[in-house]
Structures are given as structure tokens and as C-alpha cells.
Design a binder for this molecule. Structure first.
Ligand code: ADP
Ligand code: ZN
Length: 604
């Protein structure tokens, strides 16, 4: 069995081995068992129903909520030589009838179908179709509690009455227990086999940039995006207005980008989405409305301009980077104003407690000086023993120092000013600033005025943020962000309780060296190519673009960056060698092999 599956995997998809759990999942489905698959974005869920579909005698129905996702998967299957298609209400009646006719003749191995189309045709043509398996993609859409509830999905409960004895496979990247249970009951699954893989995405470097004023943030982000020439990335903003402002700022500075939000017409939105997928626009500045329904594997970076509302959302958004497994980066910026705004929204909701708690967890992630991946994965109930080696904390570990005296300075500044100051004014007080705010309130007369002048404002920001995190100080969001002393803070101030904090490290240019701990080290780095290698890479990329344009598909459907980088590394000179490349199966060898081999040979 195993050999048979591996042969099929290579023949059709061009992969030499399975990713964790893929084989077990495929065997479960082929065994006729109902199967639930919980795997992170980019984990490789598609193969889990596509490969069994090739081995089943009849058609596999794939239910998918979004037309763009269906189209993408079908195109990718077709370039691998699989008889696949989709049917949904965007097609003309003639088109649909043609597809149905071929379906009834048993032509399709995989038929992607929108949930409403399926439910509406259950008593019609579908009842005459021979079906071997039903796969439900994005299965969390049945969950009322989830973030993408789709009413059409609840009607799928009926399906079991039509097909009692074929396997159902439900797949999702949402892992929480409540959703899992709902998938099982709402879809009427029979004692399903459940597969839960790790949600770690080790190739995504997690970087928290922190709380920065806009005047520092703008040049920093501009510099970052400039250094990522030709690479795709997404910058998320909180409001529509912000997406427009950032997009025009970036465009004015020579970055080709577009903004995207729910206020644009649906034509504009699809056009921008397509331009991104086809690599015509590399950078999108968007609200979180952007990304769902995009399977683009070569998104190399995601920047958050604001703190996300919760960790689930954050993880989903950064998960859009690096689906191809190559190195990718997630940068998080935030400021206290956003936090206040989000807290206000949360307070007005009827789920107040939960939302505030979730927001606090997100803030903790951003502010605690421990391995970011540990915090993220522990949020999803995964225990991680070792630090990841691929986040800003691991790469630049903070040194811990005794912060008791610093804490006392800050706390006594707050105390003596009767808890009336926000963070900025407190820092001015400690540093002995001669600003208007200070003189206006006569703060220069306090004993704490200027006690912290040996430290820069950045340093104080860093210290006080930690005092807030470890619970010495609270921010009264509803009182103009004034800082208040907690009971723990009182103990430090009056009873000399000790405080340890991460030392302040003056920000210098970070080295671009890759992490030293080997575990998560990416296989190939584009940035690490020699001059000759990048030349070949660019030539291969140009050929890929030419073919993709001719066939009117996104470049990654022809070959992924992973495949191109392997071609550069291995430089195959024969068809047999070319077949060893990841992503090259029988069909792609036949269709594209000669053209790519020629470019490689010419390059020497
Ligand atoms: P998901 O649906 O879980 O987000 P996909 O099915 O789109 O993930 O797969 C993500 C990426 O991983 C794709 O580029 C796919 O081609 C690749 N992939 C999947 N399985 C394998 C495998 N066994 N070997 C190599 N690459 C794989
Ligand atoms: Zn780490």
C-alpha cells in the first residue's frame, strides 16, 4: 500500500515523500472512514483528499466555500494532468450543463462544488452521479462560533441521508475544540478518525517590532519593503483609511502596491486579488478582509501595522506567508492607541469579558520577552520545550537585569503626580524634560523630576512597558491612558519587592544571518544564492512567467519557487534528473521539461 501511495504521489504531484500525517490520513479515507483533518495553513491538506480521489473508482465531490479557492485548486490539478473541474453559480447555464453531462459520464475524478449548488441539486442530477467520497474543505465554516460561519454550510447536515456509506473527509486549519466538535455533529460524521498535526510554521520568522511612533515606523517599513524587491507581501491595517494612506505613502516612494478593503467594489477587489496572485502587484495594503480565499504560496512577508484583536486572527493572518515552506517573515507593529480602540470595541460587545481577555493575550504575546513561538503554540495548547531559534527574542535574547531601582523611580513618579500622567508625560517627568506639559502641571517641582535622565526616552518606554506587563502598573484606558499603580506595584515601591526585567539594548542594524539553531533552518534561501545561481533562477522565473501568461494561470501553478530553487541547486541535465525535482510529476515533465532543461543547459 505504502509504495503504491508514494508512486502515485510522485507521479501526479511530483513529491517524493509525505508530510507528517498525510499518509495516515489518506489511508483512513481510502479505508472508507470518516476523517477530520486539522492542519495549519500550508500544512498540505489538499493532497489528503486529492490523492485518494485518484484511487477511488468514482468521483470525489469537494465542497469549497470560495470560487477563487476552487479555481486555484482545479488549475493546479489540471496542470498535473488530473481530470478535475468546478461548478458554481458564477458559470452560465450552458457551462454548468456541459460539466454536469461529463460528470454523469464519469469523466471527473474531482468535482469542486459550492455548498448551495450541491444542496440545490441533491434531488436532481447529483442523485444520478456516482460518488466515492465527499471532501468538505474549510469545514470550520459550519461552526457558529467560528470566525467564518457560512449558513450554506449548515445545510450540509443533509448529505449523510444521501450518501450513507462513503467516506466524508472534513478539513480545516482551525483547531479549537469547540469547532472540532461542531464539525463532527453538524456534518453527521460517523465516529470519525481525527488527525491533528502540529500548528507550528517553523519557516515563518516571528518578529515583534513593537510600539513605535509613525515617524519612525514609516521609514523603517519603507526600508524593509524595499529590501524585498520582487517578493510578495501583505501589510495589514486596522482601518480603511489607514490602508489608503499607507498605500499612497508607499507608492509615492516607489513601491508598487495597492490598497484593499471592504469599501471597494467587488470588481475592484477581485481585480486586485488577481493582480496579486498573478504577481502583477507585489504588495497589498489591506484590512483583514484580504487573504481569505487566497492560496498564494509565495507570500514572503506579512506586516501588521496594528495589534490584532486576538491570537487566532493573528495566526491566521501571518499564516498567509510562506505556505511553500520557504523562509518568510511576520512583523508586528502596534501602539497603545490601537489597543485602546480595540478595548473600546470589546467593551461595547456582549461578549465583553472574552474579547478583553483575548486582546490581553495578544498584548502579552507582543510584550513578553519569551520565545514568541512558544507563546503562540501554547495558546493553541501545544507544548513546546525548546525555544524556536527563529523569532526576534531567540535571535536577540534579552539579558535580564535587576530593575528594582528603575521600577521605584517610575512608580514614585506616578505616585507623586497622583496617578494623573500617561506614559509620555511620565517619561518626560523622569527625564527632566522642559516641555509644556511639564511646566503646565508644575511637575518640575516634584522630587522625581529628572531622576531618570541617564536613560533615553526609548529606554524608559522599554522599561515601563515591561512594568505594565509584569503587573506593577496598569493603564486606565478609559481615563486618557493614565498610569496607575497596582498592589504589586505598591509592594515594589514600599516593601522593596524585587523586579527582574529585560535589559535595554540599543537598537542597532540587525545582522541578516540565519538562526544558529539548526532545527528550523530553511533548506534554500533565495538570498543565499551566488551570482551565477541567481542568474539561473531569474532565467527560470522568466520562463515560468512566460508559460503562465500564455496559459493564463498564476506562475506558481506552473512551478513553485521551491521547484525553481531545486532546479538551481541540482541543475538537472536529463529528463530522469528533472523528474527528481519536487513538484515535477509525469505531466509537468512532459509539458514543461524540455523548456526548463534547455534554460539550465544554456546556463552551463
Ligand atoms: P493547505 O491546504 O493545508 O493550506 P496545501 O495543500 O495548499 O496546504 O499545501 C501547501 C503547500 O505544500 C503546497 O505548495 C503544496 O504543493 C505543498 N505540499 C503538500 N504536500 C507536500 C508534500 N508531501 N511534499 C512537498 N510539498 C507538499
Ligand atoms: Zn523563539
Amino acid at each position: 500500500m505504502e509504495q503504491k501511495l508514494l508512486t502515485q504521489l510522485k507521479h501526479t504531484f511530483g513529491y517524493a515523500s509525505f508530510r507528517p500525517q498525510q499518509q495516515e490520513i489518506i489511508e483512513s479515507v481510502l479505508d472508507g472512514k470518516d476523517t477530520i483533518v486539522l492542519m495549519p495553513t500550508g500544512g498540505g491538506k489538499s493532497i489528503c483528499f486529492q490523492l485518494p480521489a485518484l484511487l477511488f473508482p468514482d468521483t470525489t465531490l469537494v465542497i469549497s466555500p470560495l470560487i477563487s479557492l476552487m479555481k486555484d485548486q482545479v488549475e493546479s490539478l489540471r496542470t498535473n494532468g488530473v481530470a478535475a473541474t468546478y461548478i458554481n453559480s458564477s458559470q452560465s447555464m450552458d457551462e454548468q450543463n456541459h460539466i454536469i453531462q461529463l460528470a454523469l459520464e464519469g469523466k471527473w475524478k474531482l468535482l469542486y462544488i459550492a455548498p448551495e449548488t450541491l444542496v440545490n441539486s441533491l434531488n436532481g442530477w447529483i442523485s444520478r452521479l456516482k460518488v466515492s467520497c465527499v471532501a468538505i474543505d474549510e469545514a470550520h465554516c459550519v461552526s457558529m462560533w467560528g470566525h467564518d460561519f457560512r449558513p450554506e454550510y449548515t445545510q450540509l447536515a443533509d448529505l449523510r441521508n444521501y450518501w450513507g456509506d462513503i467516506p466524508f473527509a472534513a478539513l480545516t486549519a482551525t483547531a479549537d475544540k469547540a469547532t472540532r466538535k461542531e464539525i463532527e455533529t453538524k456534518l453527521g460524521l460517523n465516529n470519525p478518525n481525527m488527525f491533528l498535526t502540529s500548528f507550528d510554521r517553523p519557516n515563518i520568522r516571528l518578529i515583534v517590532k513593537g510600539n513605535k511612533p509613525k515617524k519612525n515606523k514609516q521609514p523603517e517599513i519603507l526600508h524593509y519593503i524595499r529590501s524585498k524587491q520582487n517578493e510578495s507581501g501583505i501589510m495589514y491595517c486596522l482601518s480603511r483609511k489607514e490602508t489608503e494612506e499607507w498605500s499612497s505613502f508607499l507608492n509615492d516612494n516607489g513601491i508598487h502596491c495597492a490598497h484593499y478593503h471592504a469599501g471597494l467594489s467587488s470588481e475592484e477587489r477581485s481585480r486586485i486579488q488577481e493582480d496579486f496572485i498573478f504577481d502583477r502587484i507585489p504588495v497589498i495594503v489591506a484590512t483583514i478582509a484580504f487573504g481569505m480565499g487566497i492560496d498564494k504560496p509565495n507570500v514572503r512577508w506579512v506586516i501588521h501595522n496594528n495589534l490584532p484583536k486576538n491570537v487566532e486572527g493573528y495566526y491566521q493572518e501571518i499564516g498567509r506567508a510562506g505556505r511553500d515552506g520557504l523562509p518568510a517573515e511576520a512583523l508586528l507593529y502596534y501602539n497603545m492607541r490601537d489597543v485602546k480602540l480595540l478595548a473600546d470595541f470589546a467593551r461595547e460587545s456582549n461578549q465583553r469579558e472574552v474579547l478583553i481577555q483575548k486582546l490581553n493575550r495578544m498584548l502579552e504575546y507582543a510584550e513578553s520577552p519569551t520565545c514568541r513561538r512558544k507563546i503562540l503554540l501554547s495558546y493553541f495548547s501545544e507544548v513546546v520545550e525548546e525555544d524556536c531559534g527563529n523569532c526576534d527574542v531567540c535571535l536577540n535574547p534579552p539579558e535580564f537585569v535587576d530593575g528594582t531601582t528603575l521600577a521605584q523611580m517610575a512608580l514614585s513618579g506616578i505616585k507623586r503626580s497622583r496617578e494623573q500622567l500617561n506614559l509620555n508625560v511620565l517619561i518626560q517627568l523622569l527625564r527632566g524634560s522642559k516641555s509644556f506639559e511639564i511646566y503646565d502641571r508644575k511637575l518640575q517641582e516634584l522630587k522625581t523630576y529628572g531622576v531618570g535622565k541617564d536613560w533615553s526616552a526609548d529606554a524608559w518606554q522599554h522599561f515601563i512597558t515591561q512594568f505594565i506587563n509584569i503587573g506593577l502598573i496598569e493603564i486606565a484606558y478609559d481615563e486618557h491612558f493614565r498610569l496607575k499603580i497596582t498592589s504589586f506595584g505598591e509592594r515594589v515601591l514600599f516593601h522593596k519587592a524585587k523586579v527582574n526585567i529585560a535589559a535595554f539594548v540599543k537598537k542597532t542594524k540587525k545582522s541578516t544571518a540565519s538562526p544558529s539553531t539548526g532545527k528550523t533552518k530553511p533548506k534554500v534561501l533565495h538570498a543565499n544564492l551566488s551570482e551565477q545561481e541567481s542568474q539561473l533562477f531569474e532565467q527560470l522565473r522568466a520562463l515560468r512567467t512566460e508559460i503562465a501568461t500564455k496559459e493564463n494561470v498564476p506562475a506558481y501553478i506552473v512551478f513553485s519557487d521551491v521547484s525553481l530553487l531545486e532546479m538551481v541547486a541540482i541543475r538537472p541535465k536529463s529528463a530522469t534528473k528533472f523528474l527528481e525535482i519536487t513538484g515535477v510529476g509525469a505531466k509537468k515533465l512532459e509539458q514543461y521539461g524540455d523548456q526548463f532543461l534547455e534554460v539550465i543547459k544554456k546556463n552551463g
